[in-house]
Ligand binder design. Structure first.
Ligand SMILES: Cc1cc2nc3c(=O)[nH]c(=O)nc-3n(C[C@H](O)[C@H](O)[C@H](O)COP(=O)(O)OP(=O)(O)OC[C@H]3O[C@@H](n4cnc5c(N)ncnc54)[C@H](O)[C@@H]3O)c2cc1C
Length: 407
């Protein structure tokens, strides 16, 4: 019986350990936290968008960071295989907007419990509160792992599933990059992806906490549109965040520090003319009020003072004296509400780490290192990254599965 050590008890590590045990190996899963799946627990705001219901080709289109590396593993262990595996343990799943798959219970803990059951029934030995401090190879072949700086566990294979560098409080502190580098692997520049954005405009902090549900955004660099999306976004004390902003951040971070502007269409359901008519209707209703008191039906309260300020229309101007030209300024502002991006938040606040172990040095169908025999590299540690929508967890599960199959 071969002995396999899996380092890291996140999505990829748990999957690899289960599969390796099902293949008849003795498997030890080592996790430095006091429990498994700490990051998995906070995914999808605690609801866990566990995968996507899209077909594989579409999934790959949503993996801008080395999606082509994922062909083999995604076809070996598909999103439907993952869904079957989870539902076989009685955890019912549901599909939401954008083909996002969640547990019906809306509880990420149900997904973790499901994996814990598989680990248990396949007799995976789990070492919690145990930190792997070194991976030892001899003659480019795995020899074992060092734990807690003192003890060595000998083994035939090591699956490295230590995750990325974002949200370090969950245990993903980037240890795997150090191990892989020491073993001869190239680490492609580590950067934040799916990350909130910092904006130049001081007034954004006045909008902190304001969530806009159905808006569309156009991202422009030097006047050219480079990205468009529709959905939900959020203002924060430093700038903008929320689903469509996080997805846009991947493209934007490529362009920074070059200037990037986001134009938010606050009323995408109405064209310019329709919006003008709508404002006119409101102005007729509030005809004797001051401008600042005439927007209650049109905008969320928090947004009104900022819009009034940016509109160029005096806030105390009585509505019946607002000119057509001024109304036009207001329409333009609401259809093209601009924020200027000057940076991203740090990697610690990113959903995903971009960069990682170079995929050129890893076999895409087995996840085995092309440098060290018996070393398998999986999950976010790899230089693969996707957009939001359940794709990143599917990457972790598919790569974990392939390593488990082949180690
Ligand atoms: C807030 C947030 C929400 C997210 N929501 C979603 C979502 O809804 N859908 C989605 O698809 N993706 C989501 N993601 C991304 C997704 O969580 C990750 O891509 C995925 O968890 C990566 O899995 P992994 O197993 O590679 O790494 P991780 O889940 O990070 O697991 C790595 C594990 O290794 C352990 N470890 C590290 N170093 C050592 C060591 N030296 N010794 C022992 N153990 C070690 C860590 O403690 C950790 O438990 C989200 C991420 C964040 C931060």
């Amino acid at each position: 019986m071969k002995k396999v050590v899996v380092v890291g008890g996140g999505a990829a590590g748990m999957m690899a350990a289960i599969k390796a045990a099902q293949r008849g190996n003795r498997v030890i899963l080592i996790e430095k936290n006091e429990k498994l799946g700490k990051k998995l627990f906070i995914t999808g705001k605690g609801r866990c968008n566990v995968t996507s219901n899209k077909d594989i080709e579409e999934i790959i289109q949503n993996i801008p960071g080395n999606g082509e590396f994922m062909y083999s593993s995604l076809y070996t262990f598909t999103n439907y295989d993952l869904m079957d595996m989870i539902e076989a343990k009685g955890v019912k799943l549901k599909v939401e907007r954008g083909d996002r798959v969640f547990p019906q219970s809306d509880k990420s803990s149900d997904i973790i419990k499901c994996f814990e059951e598989y680990l248990k029934e396949n007799n995976v030995e789990i070492l919690l509160k145990t930190k792997v401090t070194d991976i030892i190879a001899k003659d480019n072949k795995i020899y074992g792992v060092e734990i807690n700086n003192n003890e060595i566990i000998r083994c035939d294979s090591v699956v490295l599933a230590t995750g990325g560098k974002s949200y370090p409080g969950t245990g993903s502190t980037g240890d795997g990059y150090t191990f892989a580098k020491k073993l001869g692997h190239t680490i492609v520049d580590i950067r934040p992806s799916l990350v909130p954005l910092v904006c130049k405009e001081g007034w954004v902090k006045d909008l902190m906490g304001l969530s806009l549900k159905n808006v569309s955004i156009k991202v422009k660099n030097k006047g050219k549109t480079i990205y468009e999306d529709f959905g939900e976004m959020l203002f924060t004390h430093f700038g903008v965040s929320g689903p469509i902003i996080l997805s846009a951040s991947r493209k934007i971070s490529d362009i920074l520090p070059d200037e990037v502007e986001i134009f938010i269409d606050l009323k995408p359901a109405l064209n310019y003319e329709e919006l003008d008519k709508r404002i006119l209707k409101d102005f007729q209703k509030y005809i004797n009020k001051q401008f600042k008191n005439a927007l209650d039906d049109l905008l969320p309260q928090k947004l009104i003072p900022v819009v009034v300020n940016l509109s160029g229309i005096p806030s105390d101007k009585v509505v019946n004296s607002i000119t057509k030209k001024e109304r036009g300024q207001l329409v333009n502002l609401l259809k093209s509400f601009k924020v200027t991006v000057i940076g991203t938040r740090p990697i610690e606040e990113a959903i995903i780490t971009r960069g990682g172990v170079s995929v050129k040095e890893v076999d895409p169908s087995t996840m085995e290192s092309k440098i060290v025999k018996g070393l398998f590299i999986v999950g976010e540690l790899l230089d693969v990254d996707a957009l939001t929508g359940g794709f990143n967890l599917q990457i972790a599960f598919s790569t974990g599965y392939c390593a488990g199959m082949n180690c």
